[in-house]
Write a protein that binds this ligand. Sequence first.
Ligand code: HEM
Ligand SMILES: *[C@@H]1O[C@H](CO)[C@@H](O)[C@H](O)[C@H]1NC(C)=O
Ligand SMILES: *[C@@H]1O[C@H](CO)[C@@H](O)[C@H](O)[C@H]1NC(C)=O
Ligand SMILES: *[C@@H]1O[C@H](CO)[C@@H](O)[C@H](O)[C@H]1NC(C)=O
Ligand SMILES: *[C@@H]1O[C@H](CO)[C@@H](O)[C@H](O)[C@H]1NC(C)=O
Ligand SMILES: *[C@@H]1O[C@H](CO)[C@@H](O)[C@H](O)[C@H]1NC(C)=O
Ligand SMILES: *[C@@H]1O[C@H](CO)[C@@H](O)[C@H](O)[C@H]1NC(C)=O
Ligand SMILES: *[C@@H]1O[C@H](CO)[C@@H](O)[C@H](O)[C@H]1NC(C)=O
Ligand SMILES: *[C@@H]1O[C@H](CO)[C@@H](O)[C@H](O)[C@H]1NC(C)=O
Length: 345
Amino acid sequence: MASSSHMAKWLSLLLLFLLLTAINVFAELKIGFYNKTCPAAEQLVQQTVAAAFANDSTVAPGLIRMHFHDCFVRGCDGSVLLDSTPGNKSEKEAAPNNPSLHGFDVIDAAKSAVESACPGTVSCADVLAFAARDCAALAGNVSYKVPSGRRDGRVSLESEALSNLPAPTFNSSQLIANFAAKNLTAEEMVVLSGAHTIGVSHCGAFTNRLYNSSGGSAVDPTLSPAYASLLQDRCPANSTLSTPIVAALDLLTPQVLDNKYYVGLRLTLGLLTSDQALLTDPTLKAEVDDNAERPGGWATKFKRAMVKMGEIQVLTGTQGEIRKNCHVVNSATGSVLEFGLSASL
Ligand code: HEM
Ligand SMILES: *[C@@H]1O[C@H](CO)[C@@H](O)[C@H](O)[C@H]1NC(C)=O
Ligand SMILES: *[C@@H]1O[C@H](CO)[C@@H](O)[C@H](O)[C@H]1NC(C)=O
Ligand SMILES: *[C@@H]1O[C@H](CO)[C@@H](O)[C@H](O)[C@H]1NC(C)=O
Ligand SMILES: *[C@@H]1O[C@H](CO)[C@@H](O)[C@H](O)[C@H]1NC(C)=O
Ligand SMILES: *[C@@H]1O[C@H](CO)[C@@H](O)[C@H](O)[C@H]1NC(C)=O
Ligand SMILES: *[C@@H]1O[C@H](CO)[C@@H](O)[C@H](O)[C@H]1NC(C)=O
Ligand SMILES: *[C@@H]1O[C@H](CO)[C@@H](O)[C@H](O)[C@H]1NC(C)=O
Ligand SMILES: *[C@@H]1O[C@H](CO)[C@@H](O)[C@H](O)[C@H]1NC(C)=O
């Protein structure tokens, strides 16, 4: 008797487990998630990104940053790709994204390639995560496998981009807190900031270091005076984030994803307040030194941190949806409209 009631308990636990598994409560990202459902997915994204990069190498910094801005706002759910709707401005309209975020057309081309091969199967969030990985390989021989199975979110709000993305004027404690809110450590924050080894910034993001608030010259003492003088010639004091003048984030090797960003910081050549701030705290500085001195060490940590960043608050299993078009949510009213149209034809 005792053993059969034991058995019944065991069986009900097993049933509960099977039920929970069936509704994907335990779903998590997996390397090769599309092995069976869309085996060509990652290759199609890679080919699209490689072709775009061959034409215009700025897609690499553009898409690595886009993945970061996706993950820090509502998790890596493709919310950064959604267009505004009447009455709701989306993330891409927010000052940290507009007009600087770019490469949306490359994501559209990659999504369209995977949709042709396997309709309704590969999420926009995964396409972006794959594309960012491909950009790292193209710009710097930094390759890693991307666990996938992300689902797309249905909400994108300008205000959340503003409140979640770190500002270029942040100091060390603000940067640490901003990344801690996403469960990333201070060391991972320094390692990921190394993405600033490629790409550019608009003048408006660093004129705070070149001029005082009344427009006079008062250079940030932690910025190389010679470099500051060059930057002053380039960037008028009234520059905004929309003024179409930019400067390289890594003066030493602006196009190569390598560890020279950290070497530049030690020479007071960091461009943003948030870059140079990595030297103002002993823990962060130790991480900068390690990355400056061990290129391979940084690359290994960068890959690991990119994978971890790519796992922030992901939607999996039956959560969210697989968007058909990365710019808009799959709308129930859309299919009613289609039905209405075809019914009236
Ligand atoms: C630590 C806090 C960070 C701050 C405050 C920050 C801020 C910025 C700013 C202001 C720009 C210039 C945008 C423009 O005006 O054109 C920029 C560019 C960039 N950021 Fe960050 N960022 C941070 C971390 C990261 C992380 C974690 C990544 C990726 C892993 C990243 C990747 C990039 C890339 C690749 C660019 C160049 C974009 C381009 O050339 O289009 N950043 N960042
Ligand atoms: C997909 O295939 C790769 C290569 O064989 C393997 O490493 C990976 O674990 C597979 N993933 C899944 C979810 O089947
Ligand atoms: C090539 O890059 C330029 C921008 O540098 C862009 O305007 C153009 O559309 C790209 N062409 C293709 C075929 O991707
Ligand atoms: C805007 O987005 C919020 C959050 O998803 C939603 O509750 C609200 O209904 C949306 N408003 C409009 C006008 O789309
Ligand atoms: C690329 O990186 C791998 C290890 O990550 C290394 O073995 C290889 O030599 C590198 N190739 C080049 C061209 O730098
Ligand atoms: C960073 O700025 C915040 C807000 O102004 C301030 O409270 C904090 O003390 C500053 N931290 C450092 C290390 O300067
Ligand atoms: C960080 O980790 C805590 C504890 O595991 C979890 O509750 C929280 O949702 C995580 N936050 C993010 C942004 O992933
Ligand atoms: C800031 O600019 C004003 C106006 O040009 C100037 O009078 C003042 O001396 C500057 N302050 C510093 C600290 O350089
Ligand atoms: C910004 O300043 C420059 C001179 O430095 C001037 O030519 C330009 O008209 C100003 N732009 C605005 C929008 O005030």
